[in-house]
Design a protein around this ligand. Structure first.
Ligand code: EPU
Length: 348
C-alpha cells in the first residue's frame, strides 16, 4: 500500500509512512506521521499543529545512526534542507551548511575548494545536521574541532537558537543535543576550515596506507583517499548490507579497570583518555568475548569488524536489539565493562 503524500509548501506530510528505506539498518518500521522538511523556516508552523506538537517527535537525517525497535507513534521530522554558503574566505573559510546536506558530499566539496580539516572524516554516512549530535569522529579527528556554531530551532523556548561551539558541550560521541534530547532541531551548521594545517597521520594505519600509495608529501585529499581505502576495507558498506556504523561506543573506564584486563590480556587495544581514565576498544572486547561474526536469524555482528551490528536481510528492530543486548551481557560477564550503544535506539 502506497502512503499518501500531502505537499504543504516547504514540507510534505505522509501518514503511516514506511521507514525501511530511511534507516541504513533497513528495519521495516513505520511512523504515524512523516514530515519531510525542505524549508526550515516552516518548522514553527508545523510544530504548532496540535496533533504534532503534543506527540513524540524524532528528527531524522539519513537514518545512518538509528535503530528502530518498533513503529514510531509520533512525527518523524526528516530534514531535507539544502544549501552550502561560503560566508568568508581567506586563511580560514567560514561556511554555513543546511542540515539536510549529505555529510560526505560536503567533505568532498571542501577538499575540492582546497580546504583542510575534514579529510579524516570522509565517507561517514549521514547528514551535516546529524554530525554534531554525536560529534562524529574517525581516524583521530572529530567534527567539533571545525564547528563555529550551530543554528537550531529550540522547541522548548520556541525560537531560533544559535549555539556556540562551547554551548554545544562536545565530548567523545556526545553533545548537548544528546544530553537534552527533544529540545533542539539542528537547522544549519557553521564551519571554520583552514587552508593549511598539520595533517593527522598518526592514527589507525593512515601513515602505512599513504606509504602503500607511494605518497611522501601528503595533501589533505591524499589523506582522504587513504581513509577511503581503510574504511572500505574494514567497514561493511550500508548500501550492500544493512548497518549503522559502530554500534557501540568505545567505553571509557578507570585506569585500574584497564590494568586488570591488561594483566590477563597484554594485547588489549586501548588509548589514554582524560586523566585517570582509559578508552578501551569495544571491538576488541566484543571480538575477544567471541561475538565477532555471530548470526542469529538475520541479525548479526559483522565478521569484518566486531563493532558493527548488521542486518543480513529481514531482521526486525527487536531482533537486532536483542542481539545487541546479548553482546552487552556477554562483554559485561567476561570483562566487567558495560558497553553503551552509539546510535539512537528508538523505542527501547
Ligand atoms: N579491533 C578488534 N576487532 C575488530 C576490529 C577492531 O579487536 O573486529 C581492534 C583493533 O585492535 C583495532 C582497534 O580495535 O586496533 C580499533 O579499531 P578501529 O581502528 O577500527 O577503530 P574503532 O575504535 O573500532 C572508531 C570509531 C569509528 C571510526 C574508527 C576509525 C567509535 C565508536 N568508532 O572505531 O567510527 O571509523 O574508529 O577511526 O568511536 C562510527 O562511529 O560509526 C564509526 C565507524
Amino acid at each position: 500500500m502506497r502512503a499518501e503524500v500531502t505537499d504543504m509548501g516547504g514540507y510534505t506530510l505522509t501518514e503511516n509512512a514506511p521507514l525501511g528505506a530511511r534507516n541504513t539498518l533497513r528495519v521495516q518500521a513505520r511512523a504515524a506521521l512523516l514530515a519531510d522538511i525542505h524549508d526550515a523556516t516552516k518548522l514553527p508552523e508545523l510544530l504548532d499543529f496540535p496533533a504534532i506538537g503534543k506527540r513524540p517527535l524524532l528528527v531524522l537525517g539519513e537514518g545512518s545512526n538509528m535503530l528502530f525497535t518498533g513503529d514510531f507513534d509520533g512525527t518523524v521530522l526528516a530534514m531535507a534542507t539544502r544549501g552550502v554558503q561560503l560566508e568568508h574566505d581567506g586563511d580560514h573559510a567560514r561556511i554555513a551548511v543546511a542540515a539536510g546536506e549529505r555529510w560526505d558530499d560536503f567533505v568532498r566539496w571542501t577538499l575540492g575548494q582546497g580546504l583542510a580539516g575534514l579529510e579524516n572524516l570522509i565517507l561517514i554516512p549521514g547528514t551535516v545536521g546529524a554530525a554534531p549530535i554525536q560529534n562524529i569522529g574517525a581516524y583521530g579527528a572529530e567534527v567539533a574541532e571545525f564547528i563555529e556554531s550551530i543554528e537550531a530551532w529550540d522547541i522548548r523556548e520556541r525560537r531560533v537558537a544559535v549555539l556556540s561551539k562551547h554551548d554545544c558541550a562536545f565530548a567523545y560521541r556526545d553533545s548537548i543535543f544528546k544530553r537534552e534530547p527533544g529540545r533542539y532541531i539542528v537547522t544549519a551548521v557553521r564551519f571554520i576550515l583552514p587552508r593549511q594545517r598539520a595533517l593527522r597521520l598518526d592514527y589507525a594505519g593512515i601513515g602505512e596506507e599513504l606509504a602503500r600509495m607511494g605518497i611522501d608529501k601528503p595533501a589533505p585529499f591524499h589523506v582522504a583517499e587513504a581513509v577511503v581505502h581503510l574504511r572500505s576495507r574494514k567497514l561493511p558498506d550500508p548500501a550492500v548490507i544493512g548497518n549503522a556504523g559502530s554500534f557501540f561506543k568505545n567505553p571509557i573506564v578507570e585506569d585500574a579497570v584497564a590494568e586488570r584486563i591488561r594483566t590477563a590480556h597484554p594485547e588489549l587495544a586501548s588509548w589514554p583518555a582524560q586523566p585517570g581514565k582509559t578508552k578501551l576498544s569495544a571491538a576488541w572486547l566484543i571480538e575477544t568475548a567471541g561475538f565477532k561474526g555471530l548470526r542469529e536469524g538475520d541479525a548479526g555482528i559483522s565478521h569484518r569488524h566486531a563493532l558493527i551490528l548488521v542486518n543480513h536481510g529481514k531482521a526486525s528492530g527487536t531482533q537486532l536489539w536483542a542481539l545487541a543486548q546479548k553482546v552487552v551481557d556477554g562483554v559485561r560477564e567476561r570483562f566487567g565493562v558495560t558497553l553503551e550503544p552509539e546510535p539512537v535506539v528508538v523505542g527501547a
